[in-house]
Design a protein around this ligand. Structure first.
Ligand code: ATP
Ligand SMILES: Cc1cn([C@H]2C[C@H](O)[C@@H](COP(=O)(O)O)O2)c(=O)[nH]c1=O
Length: 213
């Protein structure tokens, strides 16, 4: 990430079990305690319709392009109802996943043509990109062990190692493609160590935002 950039739209990404959901509440609380008005949301979901689509997406088998289209349908609604209005009010948005997840899961994991994904992205949000994307990165075995220790697995979480290897590779490819926007977090660290790293990063962002206002 460019250290002088302003961050108001922050996305959290990573393969299932990487630990991003563990840290999103920490980031939201850290920012709120420092006077930032923000909306915390997730994809798929974030709206009433989006949460219904999430249920289908996480539990129903479907064609890979149907899956991609429904992800973008949920996103269109999320942008219209939540993200764009919040940014227009001057609030920050912290989202658990956004379009990088479609590239990683439907593109990398499922093998959908990335040109189709780019077409969907240009259609659904031609002028909107996250200012900062935190990519929680871990080896597959670590993510798998964390998931297995926690809960009943959804459709994606039940995928095999080669799916997650391809998903992770696509995340890392995008991080290399957009180095100004991505910040890779080594999620094999302890939760406490990651929070120290996140706090330092957020302090820089807050400083940049205060000097740009
Ligand atoms: N750095 C860490 N060290 C050890 N355990 C962790 C760490 N981060 C998260 N965990 C644990 O791993 C499990 C999965 O974490 P979490 O739900 O945050 O993952 P996630 O990446 O958001 O997964 P998903 O995308 O499937 O929701 C939780 O039990 C959490 O407590
Ligand atoms: C936005 C988005 C999500 N997914 C997948 C990734 C995860 O397996 C689930 C969401 O569950 P989470 O544990 O709350 O992160 O959906 C996807 O395949 N494509 C997308 O665009």
């Amino acid at each position: 990430m460019n250290q002088t950039s302003i961050a108001r739209f922050i996305t959290f990404e990573g393969i299932d079990g990487a630990g991003k959901s563990t840290h999103i509440g920490f980031v939201a609380d850290y920012l709120r305690q420092r006077g930032v008005a923000l909306v915390c949301s997730r994809e798929p979901g974030g709206t009433s319709l989006g949460e219904k689509l999430r249920e289908l997406l996480l539990h129903e088998k479907m064609h890979l392009e149907t899956e991609a289209l429904l992800m973008f349908a949920s996103r269109r609604e999320h942008i219209a109802q939540v993200i764009a209005p919040a940014l227009a009010r001057g609030e920050w948005v912290v989202s658990d996943r956004f379009t990088d997840a479609s590239f990683a899961y439907q593109g990398g994991g499922r093998g959908m043509d990335l040109r189709k994904m780019e077409a969907l992205e240009s259609w659904v949000h031609p002028d909107l990109q996250p200012d900062l994307t935190l990519l929680f990165d871990v080896p597959l075995a670590v993510a798998r062990a964390r998931l297995d220790a926690t809960r009943a697995l959804d459709k994606f979480e039940q995928e095999q190692a080669d799916f997650f290897a391809a998903t992770r590779n696509e995340y890392l490819r995008r991080a290399a493609q957009f180095p100004q926007r991505f910040r890779i977090i080594d999620s094999t660290q302890s939760i406490a160590a990651i929070q120290v790293e996140l706090a330092k990063l957020l302090d820089v962002l807050l400083e940049n935002n205060s000097t740009s206002d």
